[in-house]
Design a protein around this ligand. Structure first.
Ligand code: KG4
Ligand code: ZN
Length: 342
């Protein structure tokens, strides 16, 4: 007897990427992402422009995802979509589109918490990858979040620590802006850091309790440091760009690793995952691999394409919820502020 294949469509529109993905029994068949270049010129995401671009992209992106999966929309078993957190105008586009499609096809609608989805991307089926065993700890690092989350099962999340001000992605992006780099600066800092000396400049690390984080003081420290150096030498940034980027990145990654070490000591959990846009960073990925080798942790590092915002993570969460019939009512609403545990 052959069991029926389950096809789930995922739709992501929480910030500035419009994405759609089809997953079949946990395996990604397509993961289409339309980026919005328009924001680079403004140095950050402009909500009104993001919402408008989602409206332009959503039909072709969904169409392409279904086509690339080699199915038709009638083959789908459920539609999952990002309910929040995110920009309201952006979320509304995905939410209303998902609702209409589910209604039209008369199939279940599944609401997905974007932050849970970043974590649950670890359950996408890939050759040669193991799923993290429960309970595990996930360091969720993105443009809007920095959290240490204890994951007890697919649907139980507990925040053990979080940032009291800026997110780590903001620390990267704001530092990059100080250096005159375009938005989003995180990937560029990473790229230039690879050619620089991480010990060349040192920045004061924040003192914040226990498992919490703080990045706004670091950003101010970097700003004052650069202003002072520019007064002495107007070409300071140009002449030292690689070393500045390497030193900033090293400081940020040191902070993240210290907090992870504290978490392992406090919880005794040695299964450590990372998730979110900043988990694309090459140094944090390298440091986690070293922790696996030297400290006996088992580390889970997402495939590069599942780090920044994507719909495959929404579709896998939809699939996990579909299997236990956690469906949404058609009256479900987008929620701009949503905790990872909600
Ligand atoms: O998860 P994500 O795509 O969107 C949010 O939900 O926020 O994360 C975007 C963040 C941005 O701040 C971006 O600069 C950062 O992830 N990022 C990186 C790298 N790639 C993306 N930061 C450091 N190194 C990278 N390689
Ligand atoms: Zn995200």
């Amino acid at each position: 007897m052959t069991t029926k294949k389950i096809y789930i469509l995922g739709i992501e529109s929480s910030c500035d990427d419009t994405s759609a993905s089809v997953i079949c029994d946990g395996i990604v068949l397509s993961n289409i992402i339309a980026n919005q270049e328009i924001h680079a010129k403004y140095g950050g995401v402009v909500p009104e422009l993001a919402s408008r671009a989602h409206q332009q992209h959503i039909v072709p992106v969904v169409h392409q995802a279904i086509k690339q999966a080699g199915i038709t929309k009638e083959d789908l078993h459920a539609i999952s979509f990002t309910k929040g957190p995110g920009l309201m105008g952006s979320l509304l586009v995905g939410t209303s589109f998902a609702k209409s499609l589910a209604l039209g096809l008369d199939i279940p609608l599944i609401d997905v918490n974007h932050m849970q989805a970043h974590i649950l991307a670890h359950f996408i089926e890939e050759k040669d990858t193991d799923f993290p065993p429960f309970p595990f700890v996930c360091l969720t690092i993105s443009g809007g979040h920095t959290q240490i989350v204890k994951v007890s099962d697919h649907f139980t999340f507990e925040v053990l620590g979080e940032t009291i001000d800026d997110a780590v992605g903001e620390a990267f992006d704001k530092s990059a802006k100080i250096l005159g780099l375009p938005y989003p600066g995180g990937p560029l800092v990473d790229k230039y850091a690879q050619q620089g000396d991480p010990k060349k400049f040192s920045f004061t690390k924040p003192k914040v309790g226990d498992l919490d984080f703080s990045f706004s003081g670091l950003k101010t420290g970097i700003l004052y440091f650069i202003q002072k150096k520019l007064k002495e030498n107007p070409a300071f940034i140009e002449e030292n760009l690689f070393d500045i980027c390497a030193s900033i990145q090293h400081t940020i990654v040191e902070i993240l690793m210290e907090k992870l070490k504290n978490t392992v000591t406090q919880t005794g959990i040695k299964h450590i995952a990372i998730a979110g846009g900043v988990s694309a960073n090459s140094e944090i990925r390298k440091r986690l691999q070293l922790a696996q080798k030297h400290w006996g942790w088992t580390t889970y590092i997402p495939k590069f394409e599942y780090t920044t915002d994507n719909a495959a993570m929404i579709a896998i969460t939809g699939y996990l919820k579909y299997k236990v019939e956690k469906y949404a009512d058609i009256s479900v609403k987008a929620v701009a502020r949503l905790k990872v545990s909600e």
